[in-house]
Ligand binder design. Structure first.
Ligand code: ASP
Ligand code: MG
Length: 404
């Protein structure tokens, strides 16, 4: 007998009919003789609707009350699913995050799980029950309800799988797995049979929405075998594990992309030893996330600095930089909007030189200018004009042999 954690996302539990379908998926697993813990999201767009209601009341609602509000979404699903399971003659019990023993740090809106007290769940499993747990929520040591950040139910599932020592964690969603690129935009995108933790972490951080990045981090740290699969179609999914065991020959395994990027340039920055730290700590204090950073020195010894941000943060960034002009000590600001980031990801890059060169060559052949570049051991990202984003993705997808 094995222990399986199954997680079902918002679309998969989006209606009563879908919840009945989920109950059937759970039953198939128990029929195979496995113990099952199920983690669910809120139904459909519930979380968005709750957020919108709060916004109608307050432009800056209390973070504590937001957690109180948003945690109700998942609570609806656990009770309905438990009822559906009972109709199928399965013993089931629903647990909120705190009943499941999910303890988090005392931060509202984006808390990390610090420990899981698994006794209650284990007791119910031993009594032969299916335990249905509300994703995305936990409780602090002092008894305050917290949430784990949007998309956080994935993290609940993986964390439970790790602490219960489960044999598998299956993430059921509305797509059939992890693709070489987004199939909604690129017709030749192909489903991958396996991806390594590191590759998945890069892809998730680069905007592939299929998994919460922190869930992947957790899976990597605790070696949880993850599988992403469809709750609607019975087809093979994508396995995420230490090494991608299939398709070894692929140097690049995926192409990710993200639009709405702005490049900010600060010209004539006095080149003192603290100028970079002053600028970036000022931005950080104002919650502005900076991605790629490029610095160069001019002939006169001053520095020019470029960095990329999400376009939504542009006005805020401009205000912060202008308000602090005298402290930061620069001459001029410049910005370019309507940019996008296109990235290639693959563990094979470590041992294959020339991957970045090939990427730049492909972009050049397509007359796409590169505005900024950043790399890690297993990814290369290039910032290009937004209007060329999909053209770049398509060309790279093809050039690295990812299409079908
Ligand atoms: N319901 C939450 C959200 O929509 C958490 C999740 O679905 O993972 O972000
Ligand atoms: Mg999700």
């Amino acid at each position: 007998m094995g222990l399986i954690v199954q997680k079902f996302g918002g679309t998969s539990v989006g209606s009563v009919e879908r919840i009945l379908n989920v109950a059937e998926c759970v039953k198939e697993e128990t029929d195979r003789g496995n113990q099952v813990v199920v983690v669910v999201s809120a139904m459909g767009k519930t979380t968005d609707q709750l957020v919108n209601m709060a916004k109608e009341i307050s432009s800056q609602p209390s973070k504590r009350e937001m957690d109180m509000l948003l945690s109700t979404g998942e609570q609806v699903t656990i009770s309905l699913l438990s009822m559906a399971l009972k109709e199928k003659d399965l013993e089931a019990v629903s647990y909120t995050g705190w009943q499941a023993g999910i303890i988090t740090e005392p931060i509202h809106g984006n808390a990390r799980i610090t420990k899981i007290k698994t006794e209650a769940i284990e007791g119910q499993l031993q009594a032969g029950k299916v335990v249905v747990v509300a994703g995305f929520q936990g409780i602090t040591e002092t008894g305050e309800i917290t949430t784990l950040g949007r998309g956080g139910s994935d993290t609940t599932a993986v964390a439970l799988a790790a602490s219960l020592n489960a044999d598998r964690c299956d993430i059921y969603t509305d797509v059939t797995g992890v693709f070489t690129t987004d199939p909604r935009y690129i017709k030749s995108a192909r489903k991958l049979l396996s991806v390594s933790y590191d590759e998945m972490l890069e892809l998730a951080n680069l905007g592939a929405g299929v998994l919460h990045p922190r869930a992947v981090e957790f899976a990597k740290n605790y070696q949880v075998r993850l599988e992403v699969r469809s709750s609607m179609e019975k087809v093979e999914g994508t396995i995420i594990e230490g090494e991608a065991t299939m398709e070894q020959n692929l140097v690049v395994r995926g192409v990710a992309f993200e639009d709405k990027i702005t490049r900010v340039t600060v010209l004539g920055l006095t080149n003192s030893i603290t100028s970079l730290s002053t600028i970036f700590s000022t931005l950080a204090k104002n919650q502005i996330n900076v991605d790629i950073i490029i610095q160069s020195t001019t002939e006169t010894g001053a520095a020019n600095l470029s960095f990329s941000i999400h376009t939504d943060d542009w006005l805020e960034t401009l205000n912060v930089l202008e308000d602090n002009k005298s402290i930061l000590d620069y001459e001029q600001l410049d910005a370019e909007n309507k940019l996008a980031k296109v990235s290639i990801v693959g563990s094979g890059m470590i041992s294959n030189p020339g991957v970045a060169a090939k990427m730049f060559e492909v972009l050049a052949e397509n007359n796409i200018a590169i505005k900024m570049v950043s790399t890690s051991e297993i990814k290369v990202s290039a910032v290009v004009e937004e209007k060329y984003m999909l053209k770049a993705v398509e060309a790279l997808h093809e050039a690295f042999g990812l299409g079908d």
